[in-house]
Design a protein. Structure first.
Length: 230
């Protein structure tokens, strides 16, 4: 198995990126002259059946949540201990309690624990995590879904959790950089692992000036580059 793993992970196919690159191939009409034609991989393998580029992988729900906490500087890395109830729990009728996720304080210490320490109420999953394809606690899920839906976009943009930690993300950036341009560059480095292009820098700076740095941070957390492994 180790030899097979080595063969796979050192192959050119495994190590390629999700960017649609240009591929060099010898066209039949140019074979006699030895000239090579530069052709887009999208033209040669538009359906990606030959794996001309890596299929993008979306982060799991727990990874998204933990990444937001980490980027904002709020992730609690404590290990072990009981799970944290990230919902409001009140007595209900008979033996069934009332569970309300909207009343939970997303700024509390319990909200900042890693997702692996969330207390799962099996029959009433967290709507935010549920929208991101997190399996319910009462189901066996050998393979997760990785959908891209409107509900996910709405959850990431309107969630009280995302809004709160976008504010914390902005506060962190403001504490580390003293100009809007530097803050935009730092926010991109922290969230998507690269510097913004000149056009992105101009657009982001204008957006931050109009809507505030916290809203820009929330915009970046909703970007495909944050949500997907490229």
């Amino acid at each position: 198995m180790k030899q097979l793993h080595r063969l796979i992970v050192t192959s050119a196919t495994y190590r390629q990126t999700s960017a649609v690159a240009e591929v060099r191939r010898l066209a039949s009409q140019a074979s006699n002259t030895g000239q090579s034609l530069l052709t887009s991989a999208a033209t040669v393998d538009g359906d990606n059946r030959l794996l001309s580029c890596m299929n993008r992988t979306r982060l799991d729900a727990e990874q998204i949540r933990d990444a937001i906490l980490q980027i904002s500087g709020c992730l609690d890395l404590r290990m072990g201990g009981p799970g944290d109830m990230q919902f409001d729990l009140q007595p209900g009728h008979h033996v069934t309690p009332k569970v309300d996720y909207t009343k939970f304080d997303v700024g509390s210490p319990a909200a900042q624990r890693r997702s692996v320490y969330r207390f799962l109420f099996r029959t009433l999953p967290d709507p935010f995590m549920d929208a991101l394809d997190c399996p319910a606690g009462d189901q066996l899920t050998p393979v997760r879904n990785a959908s891209v839906t409107v509900q996910q976009a709405l959850a990431l943009w309107n969630s009280a959790f995302v809004a709160h930690y976008a504010d914390r993300f902005a506060a962190r950036v403001e504490s580390l950089a003293d100009t809007t341009d530097k803050r935009v560059r730092l926010a991109c480095e922290l969230a998507i692992g690269r510097l913004p292009t000149p056009q992105e820098s101009n657009d982001f700076t204008a957006y931050a000036a109009k809507h505030g740095l916290a809203n820009l941070c929330r915009l970046i957390l909703n970007s495909n580059e944050f949500m997907f492994v490229n």
